[in-house]
Design a binder for this molecule. Structure first.
Ligand code: PLP
Ligand code: TYF
Length: 394
């Protein structure tokens, strides 16, 4: 049966990961896949995670099944961390999923079950998996203007013009913070303008949140989505705990669906449980329980917040150091836009060929669209990275 089998094209981010691993050069620099790294180049298990795991090891009495939608304690903990008090809990249905990607997949499955003809509007550009999963499900998607390469910021007028034309019942996909792949974020006045626009058109927002705490702070990074939740009758939110809890491989994610009434929420909750049941039945629980333990215990939570702050500060320091080094290398302010961007990512104005040249001639690895991950830098590599970028891009 598999004689003529053809595999789909590899994920372009994971492809860079493989190329980097296969490069024997000792001075290679990995600005590719979006994971946090310490100055030692490690993606560590966070201290609070280790402590919570030790507790679980000692105290957990059963590994029995929990519930199709996951642990209600986990729902409540992440609901509070993200939405805060911006919307009543009895209007929010929740589904634990394997990672943020699982939440995105189940969100799109829900949209398709609700309306097979729905159109999802995605930022240009967006995380490639958004488009890949939409294509896999046969859901129509349409990019709206978002990134302005000339300024490194938001194309506000273009975005609002495109969003003004979306249809009632369409879905507008937004990044909660630390936009992947550009780092160009919405400020509160942009979020307000989007809320006003959605209220006029009757389109529904879906927010994907994978980097809470990596932008400005845990609360500031969700101020925009909280504004939306307070203003909108309906909204979807997908959350990943991969980055801010460092739980990548444990696969911890949550889909939250805000509806108009508690009765509708209960009906949607039933559909969410069904989506898990017909995919893999029960979602993974270990990482979710670690998150719940950390968020519910004052001391673990304080340790976690402090470590996350350290991670964010390191990413910001590398961003600032790279911008400064590029100023020196290019004798220009051409790359100062990096300073206004948030989170681990920024986008360089590099063609596919220039990206390949940086990789081949300088051992500097980034995604084909010019996306770089600031967490891949350390003090010692900032200058060589900047020098290579300046040489190839000028
Ligand atoms: N959404 C965005 C925008 C991301 O960058 C990521 C990657 O981390 C995810 C969702 C989901 O990640 P994961 O499935 O590893 O939790
Ligand atoms: O954008 C990134 O690099 C991260 C990690 O299929 C990632 O979000 C990359 C590709 C993928 C899943 C996660």
């Amino acid at each position: 049966m598999f004689e003529n089998h053809k595999a789909p094209e590899a994920d372009k981010i994971l492809r860079v990961m493989k190329l980097f691993a296969d490069d024997p050069r000792a001075d290679k620099i990995d600005l590719g896949v979006g994971v946090y790294r310490t100055p030692e180049g490690l993606t560590p298990v966070m201290g609070a995670v280790k402590a919570a795991e030790r507790r679980l090891l000692e105290e957990q009495a059963t590994k029995g099944y929990v519930a199709l939608a996951g642990d209600p304690g986990f729902h409540a903990a992440l609901r509070q961390l993200t939405f805060g008090d911006s919307a009543a809990a009895d209007r929010i249905a929740c589904l634990a999923t394997p990672g943020g990607t699982g939440a995105v997949r189940q969100a799109f499955e829900l949209l398709k079950a609700q309306n097979p003809h729905v159109t999802v509007h995605t930022s240009a550009p967006t995380w490639p998996n958004h488009e890949a999963i939409l294509d896999t499900l046969g859901i129509r998607w349409q990019p709206y203007r978002y990134y302005d390469a000339a300024t490194g910021g938001l194309d506000r007028d273009g975005m609002l013009a495109d969003l003004a034309a979306v249809k009632r019942g369409d879905v507008v996909l937004l990044h909660g913070c630390c936009h992947n792949p550009t780092g160009a974020d919405l400020d509160l006045s942009d979020w307000q303008a989007i809320a006003d626009s959605l209220s006029r058109t009757g389109a529904v927002p879906m927010v994907d949140l994978a980097y809470q705490g990596f932008g400005n702070s845990l609360d500031e990074d969700v101020a925009g989505l909280r504004l939306l939740a307070a203003a909108m009758p309906e909204m979807l939110l997908t959350v990943s705990s991969s980055k801010n809890f460092g739980l990548y491989r444990d696969r911890v994610g949550l889909l939250l669906v805000l509806t108009e009434t508690p009765a509708i929420t209960q009906a949607v909750q039933g559909t969410l449980a069904w989506l898990n049941r017909q995919s893999y039945a029960f979602p993974p629980d270990h990482g979710a329980r670690v998150v719940t333990e950390i968020l519910s215990d004052a001391s673990l939570r304080a340790d976690w917040t402090a470590e996350l702050t350290e991670m964010r500060d390191r990413v910001i320091a590398m961003r600032e150091a790279l911008a400064k080094a590029l100023r020196l290398e290019t004798q220009s302010d051409r790359f100062d836009y990096l300073l206004s961007q948030k989170g681990m990512f920024s986008r360089l104005p590099a063609s596919e060929d220039q990206v390949a040249q940086l990789r081949r001639e300088h051992g500097v690895y980034m995604i084909g669209d010019g996306r770089i991950n600031m967490a891949g830098l350390i003090e010692e590599t900032v200058r060589p990275a900047a020098s290579a970028i300046a040489r190839v891009l000028t």
